[in-house]
Design a protein around this ligand. Structure first.
Ligand SMILES: [Zn+2]
Ligand SMILES: [Zn+2]
Length: 351
């Protein structure tokens, strides 16, 4: 089957012919139909510092997808051939302290598809049955392909608790943009979106932000305070991973407010903990992955209700072969979310 692979420690990917993965008794073989392109994939494509430390080529990339079940192992109970599915890309060990106490999303032994093991940018992927998510027929393919990042947004919003609250979203890349309709659907009273890219702010308004702000504006924190009675916002959703943005974000949260941090800084950052967190009595939450599988139920319910519509956020659906273009579009900042269509790929490789 064709698979998009990182073969050597340098920028770029190679479309390579590899064997269809074999499945164990508890595994499901899925024919991939659509796959989301993520910032993580871009790190691996451009071979930055993070990728150099984390990725061990050769590896098939990709972790956001939907498709159809092609085959199931002998012990698989709840999934059948032909079913339309997505899957949780974090494969938890199932037996550690965290897995056994309902915290599998932060399992110490987690393996992430497309990062630690072969991913979904291929005609087929094998997944453990417990990771497979059956899709409601009302969910469009393109939306189903990005349940992973949408689930990050849902997890962040739900953990922060936004009902009746004023919410600042710092960084509206694809997940920050997704967090806007999710926060609205979850009952946020006001949503402020902040980014350094004006085209992303335009999109943020289109998908439901009340007001948008340039992150480079030196009066940013004052402007937010002005709009919140001088108090600051109730909730910060940190989606940027930038040290300067995190500092400004924490500065605009009111005393006693909550900050949910999803964006990942690429290096150590400097924050005045006393001023920004301790004296203000903030509650700060680290958010990783999706709760298994509470977040998936929430995500499906939100999309099915029609209140979380990703049409404006998925700016490009490209044929799989145009993967290079996808990474260029992401780098230029032109694209929000890109989905690759694998349906037209290689029917001659059908097993
Ligand atoms: Zn992703
Ligand atoms: Zn575990």
């Amino acid at each position: 089957m064709p698979a998009l692979r990182k073969l050597t420690p340098e920028p770029g990917f190679t479309l390579q012919e590899i064997p269809v993965p074999s499945i164990g008794p508890s595994d499901v073989l899925i024919r991939v139909e659509m796959a989301g392109v993520c910032g993580t994939d871009a790190h691996i494509y451009w071979w930055d510092k993070w990728a150099q430390n984390r990725i061990h080529p050769p590896l098939t990339i990709g972790h956001e997808f939907m498709g159809r079940v092609e085959a199931v192992g002998a012990a698989v109970k709840a999934v059948s051939v032909g079913e339309r599915v997505s899957a949780e890309g974090h494969i938890a060990c199932g037996v550690c302290l965290l897995c056994r106490t309902g915290e599998a999303h932060i399992c110490e032994h987690v393996k992430i598809i497309g990062v630690d093991t072969d991913g979904c940018f291929a005609t087929y992927i094998a997944m453990p049955e417990v990771n497979v998510w059956k899709l409601d027929p009302a969910i469009p393919d393109e939306f189903a392909a990005v349940f992973d990042p949408l689930g990050n947004a849902v997890h962040t919003v739900m953990a922060a608790g936004v009902s009746t609250k004023s919410v600042a979203i710092m960084g509206v890349g694809s997940i920050g943009l997704m967090a806007i309709p999710v926060a609205r659907a979850a009952g946020a009273a006001r949503v402020f979106a902040i980014d350094v890219n004006p085209s992303k702010l335009e999109l943020a308004s289109r998908v439901g932000a009340d007001e948008t702000f340039l992150g480079t504006d030196s009066n940013l924190v004052d402007e937010i305070l002005k709009r919140t009675n001088g108090d600051g916002v109730d909730v910060l959703l940190e989606m940027s991973g930038s040290g300067a943005a995190i500092d400004k974000g924490l500065a605009m949260v009111r005393n006693g407010g909550r900050a949910a941090l999803l964006g990942i800084p690429s290096e150590d950052i400097n924050i005045n903990l006393a001023e920004r967190i301790i004296f203000k009595g903030l509650t700060v939450l680290g958010i990783n992955g999706r709760r298994m599988f509470e977040t998936w139920y929430q995500t499906q319910a939100l999309v099915k209700s029609g209140r979380v519509d990703l049409r404006a956020i998925i700016t490009h659906v490209l044929p799989f072969e145009q993967f290079d273009r996808a990474f260029e579009l992401m780098k230029s900042g032109e694209a929000a979310k890109i989905v690759l269509d694998l349906k037209g790929l290689s029917s001659e490789f059908l097993i």
